[in-house]
Design a protein. Sequence first.
Length: 158
Amino acid sequence: MPDQKPPRLDDDERPTLLALLQYQRSSLVRKVAGVDERSARRSSVGSGTTLLWLLKHMTRAEITWIAHRFAGAQDSIPDDTVHSNDTVESAIAAYKATWVRVDSILAAAPSLDEPCRLIADEHPVNLRWVVMHLLEETARHAGHADILRELVDGRTGR
């Protein structure tokens, strides 16, 4: 897998954060794409983390943080449990569809200073914090996927 470097921008905060988030999203997908279904479900680590779960988890995380907590959407939050009918293809498609929804919400937000409408606890956060949190969580899980994929078939690279 060829190594892909992160984008380097000389731009404002929002486009820079969103470009780096998209880079990490794409990195995660690249780590999982092409792996066989059995390997995508296999865990080689004590936590039980799998490549398929990582995709489902990040789909859930983006919907939870952006659509639900930030935008206040009341629709259901997707499950990140890996079910017998889940496939790599369906998980990648769901994750990419989430990007479209999340990116449209982010584009419509007037400012990164906008507060979340629904918060899980007494500590309010704004959109800036949410985007930075998703960036760090996506990067963290892309790193996990990198290790899991290397254990599956030796493939490495961002």
